[in-house]
Design a protein around this ligand. Structure first.
Ligand SMILES: Nc1ncnc2c1ncn2[C@@H]1O[C@H](COP(=O)(O)OP(=O)(O)OP(=O)(O)O)[C@@H](O)[C@H]1O
Length: 258
């Protein structure tokens, strides 16, 4: 890991009227680091993820991002075009529901290929061969390239969504409950795949999950949220094996085996 954080989140808060989404969140994310945000339903995980990924504007606070040119930019001071460019070239966003991150009525190959076209690739043969390569990396047979994702199982759709996000070589990937809604055996296979890809590509990732087993398997560090606040954070193994806050102890002990 290099010594410069990829992301610096400073005192971020989001209120929905008088309702608290998240409050006073600060942390840094380092290159190659995977951070899990855990907590029960309504604790503010998705609000925080959406603010950091600029899908939502926070009420107060800033997020500084280390650009490829070496400068830091405050994400909320970028214009819409700059933010879109960053999302297309440097970031990925994996939704819990693959239908939110895929185009269901175009082919699997086009779902992957159009991301390459969006960053300027124009050579059809090259785009198709890269798409085939990525389908194989996510364990989808190349002969399904012309099928539409609506003909795929839930697990295949999620793997396709991951290929679509990673094909452009992002530096940072946001994932919102990436294994939610899948059968347990499908989840296990997907987690293995994500772990392998994240390691191989040296990706930084922020993963929202209510599942501590997902955090254990994928993340280096984790933050525990409750009522919009980060109440505990640290290395994943430390937090899970030796939780300091009573609330985290309760969360951990409610799971038989993590
Ligand atoms: N659009 C909105 N308008 C008003 N309140 C909202 C909105 N979105 C979220 N909230 C509130 O903000 C708080 C945090 O919600 P959030 O969805 O971020 O939690 P979460 O931990 O991601 O929950 P879940 O795991 O159920 O998705 C909750 O009290 C929620 O009711």
């Amino acid at each position: 890991m290099t010594e410069i954080p990829l992301l610096k989140v400073n005192d971020l808060s989001k209120f929905y009227g008088s309702r608290i989404g998240c409050r006073n969140v600060s942390f840094e994310l380092w290159p190659g680091e995977v951070l899990a945000i855990v907590g029960e339903s309504g604790s503010g995980k998705t609000t925080l993820l959406n603010c950091i990924s600029t899908r939502l504007m926070p009420t107060t606070g800033s997020v500084e991002y280390h650009m490829r040119d070496g400068t830091y930019r405050d994400l909320y001071h970028m214009n819409e075009a700059e933010r879109r460019f960053l999302m297309r070239t440097d970031w990925g966003f994996v939704h819990q529901n693959p239908a939110d991150g895929l185009r269901m009525t175009v082919s699997a190959g086009a779902n992957v290929g159009e991301r390459l076209m969006a960053i300027g690739d124009r050579h059809y043969g090259k785009i198709r061969s890269t798409a085939i390569d990525w389908l194989e990396r996510v364990e989808i047979d190349a002969d399904r390239i012309d099928d539409q994702p609506r003909a795929f199982s839930g697990g295949m759709r999620q793997r396709l969504q991951i290929a679509r996000n990673l094909v452009t070589g992002p530096r940072l990937v946001f994932m919102d409950e990436p294994t939610g809604g899948l059968d347990v055996s499908v989840q296990a296979r997907l987690l293995d795949l994500v772990r392998g890809l994240v390691n191989d590509l040296g990706l930084s990732a922020i993963i929202v999950t209510h599942d501590l087993a997902v955090a254990r398997l994928l993340s280096h560090r984790m933050m525990v949220m409750k009522d919009g606040l980060v109440i505990e954070q640290g290395l994943t193994d430390r937090v899970l094996d030796d939780p300091r806050e009573p609330y985290t102890q309760l969360l951990v002990s409610s799971i038989l085996q993590v």
